[in-house]
Design a protein around this ligand. Sequence first.
Ligand code: PLP
Length: 385
Amino acid sequence: MMSKYRLMSPGPTPIPPEVSATGALPIIHHRTPEFGEVFTRVGENLKRVFMTRNDIFVYAASGTGAFEGALQNLFSPGDKVLVVNNGNFGERWAKMGRAFGLEVTELVYEWGQKADNAEVADALSADPGIKAAVCVLSETSTGTVNDIEGFAKATENVVTIVDAVSGLGACELRTDEWGVDVVVAGSQKALMTPPGLGFVSVSERAWRAHQEAAMPRFYFDWTQAKKASQKNPPQTPWTPPVSLVMQLDVALGQILDEGLENVLERHVLLGRAARAGVKGMGLRLFGPDEDMNTAVTAAWVPDEIDGKRFVNTLFQEHGVQVAGGQGKMSGKIFRIGHCGYFDAYDIIATIAAAELTLESLGYPVELGKGVAAAQRVFSKSGVAA
Ligand code: PLP
């Protein structure tokens, strides 16, 4: 049986046809009024999605590059930073901080657990020398969303840095209202654009830290980016990936046409339905069963089944590409991405295919139970009644 390709990973994610088509348009020169018009609109619309009035810089880099740039721009070697590590990406930022000569205090939680913001506040009071604190909004490796509003309160006296690579546009993140100084994101998740663009938003307080920061930097230098952004029309200091910026323009337009609050609400339903579907087919969730978990749903693969085989079979037999576990959870869990261009039927199809996969691997499953549980979420909401 022919099966359609369904990309259900937490990044890269599928992109709308209009965004794909835009990628096929001729390249325009980046120092022209035509590109300036696009880049101006992208800048304004990014601010709406980031919910900020702060500067936002756009890099030809993945999210990791934009994050590396943030460290270079904010710190001097030997500076102290607190990093919440409750998954693969928190762990990455702690490692990266050390690679850049920072003194990293790590608050480590079991994968699948949320950060405890009272402990964050305690760690900061215990060491007044700490200049900044890092937390991941949506820890993609575990499907766990941290309480960033609480984190920003706990860290109000230091520079607050949030990795929103998979969270931005899928999880609530009120950058200015909550007082988040630096938000890092990427194009390939809820922003419905191919991989390749990294973003960073920079508050006044972060700018002050930048003025004192002595870390060597060049490509990611915020001062260069700011100078270029102040030209009329705004520019980037180096050649931007023109096609990606044009694609992002279309994707942001679609997000804002749907309405950011509606987009976030849709993600609440997608998460709720994915969790209901997983539980309905008799599997255990990995990570909290909470409406906050809007971007990624992670679940244990039953002990009797090899996790990699489950993910491969789901893809080979049904065309549904979910992600396996990362790092120490490799082969043990699978992750369904639903941040970005996803609707009710993407979740229902994924659950249906997962049920068939469990059955073909010999796991006792009652076909349709997970599907019905997912459908019920949408039916109750009136979305797919
Ligand atoms: N942070 C989170 C939460 C992520 O999900 C990812 C990518 O999956 C990254 C950081 C790294 O981003 P990139 O792969 O764009 O460098």
